[in-house]
Design a binder for this molecule. Structure first.
Ligand code: ADE
Length: 342
């Protein structure tokens, strides 16, 4: 039934391998969580299908690993249309995009991951494509320059971004549908783990599934990754079945603590607490101390720490909370004037 045709022009989510793809739901009916979003999306798809039209352009925004790419593939399956996948940084020249756009048929989907990283030139080029289904392509240079107006088929652009705030207003305004994807509840993640274990043909206790879910930082991609690590552990150290005791031992061996924090999260928190006396510390200084990119901290590491209240983002920089200090078990000297916040 689902006959998605995928053409990829760039490596989207390189950390995801083919086996990860197979755990992804292919239809809306298989999708767990984001219920409100799925209800609204279903109405939009049914309406477009009923009118025999392409779906309006859609923007998905939210932290990584929550299902933006999965939803784009689901839309392509549900609409029985071809999906061409690329990413903002991969689109360097208008000629590249021109080739992609002119090869799209009626109702096809162009998926642009990290759409906030499109260059200004590409962004301007894409406006008339989104709005009027045409592009103005400049050929030749100088006195010989000519603008060719090329009509396009009515396609659907699906943009995904971890940083909606970085999108220019003109680009944002050209999306008819705009969906925020939020962290999943432990119950939803538990359902996802059980579903994935079934696909992987692995037996798992409810308690073990819930433990994996609870340490997945609200993120299905992490839940599926942890499930695979626990499955490896169960295959090597046990009989292949995932029990609570085995899951706990496997996660501990992976350095994943009870809240799902890994060694890097703990390092970031302890640097704010010990090195910067609880903060505030600017994100650039923090990134430099950790020898990491600012974007990686902002996109991948911070969102969950902010959600659970372990760090706060203030105008003067990042601060660690007292619950983060307690979780890490760090003793703070009371007579240190810079620690009076605690
Ligand atoms: N695998 C990854 N994300 C999922 C989701 N939201 N529902 C079901 N399976 C998933």
């Amino acid at each position: 039934m689902a006959r998605e045709r995928i053409v990829s022009t760039a490596q989207v989510n390189p950390e995801e391998d083919k086996s990860q793809l197979s755990l992804r739901p292919k239809l809306l009916s298989e999708y767990i969580g984001q219920n409100e979003l799925c209800d609204k999306l279903k109405v939009a798809l049914d309406a477009a299908r009923g009118r025999g039209e392409a779906v309006e352009h859609i923007l998905f925004y939210g932290p990584p690993g929550l299902g933006k790419t999965t939803l784009a593939h689901i839309i392509s399956n549900e609409m029985n249309s071809k999906l061409v996948a690329t990413a903002g940084p991969a689109l360097q020249k208008t000629g590249d995009l021109m080739g992609i756009l002119t090869n799209l048929n009626e109702g096809d989907i162009l998926f642009i991951d990290e759409i906030h990283r499109l260059s200004a030139t590409i962004e301007e080029f894409i406006y008339p494509a989104m709005e009027d289904y045409k592009v103005d392509f400049v050929v030749d240079k100088g006195a010989f320059a000519k603008v060719i107006n090329v009509p396009l088929k009515r396609f659907t652009l699906i943009g995904a971004t971890t940083r909606a705030g970085l999108l220019s207003a003109p680009l944002r305004d050209r999306f008819g549908l705009y969906y925020h994807i939020d962290f999943y509840t432990p119950e939803e993640l538990c359902e996802i783990v059980v579903r994935s274990a079934k696909i992987l043909k692995t037996d798992i206790d409810d308690a073990a599934a819930f433990t994996i879910a609870g340490r997945s930082r609200g993120t299905p991609r992490i839940a599926n990754r942890l499930l695979r690590r626990v499955r490896d552990y169960a295959d090597v150290k046990g009989d292949g079945d995932i029990t609570l005791d085995l899951a706990e031992r496997a996660l501990e061996a992976e350095g994943i603590d009870k809240l799902g924090l890994d060694a890097f999260d703990r390092k970031l928190l302890s640097i704010i607490i010990k090195y910067y006396k609880g903060g505030p510390v600017g994100i650039e200084a923090l990134a430099a101390t950790l020898n990491e990119e600012v974007d990686t901290l902002v996109d991948m590491v911070e969102p969950y720490l902010l959600k659970i209240g372990f760090i706060q983002r203030t105008q003067r920089g990042r601060m660690a909370s007292s619950s983060a200090i307690q979780h890490l078990g760090i003793a703070v000297a009371n007579d240190d004037p810079q620690q009076k916040m605690f």
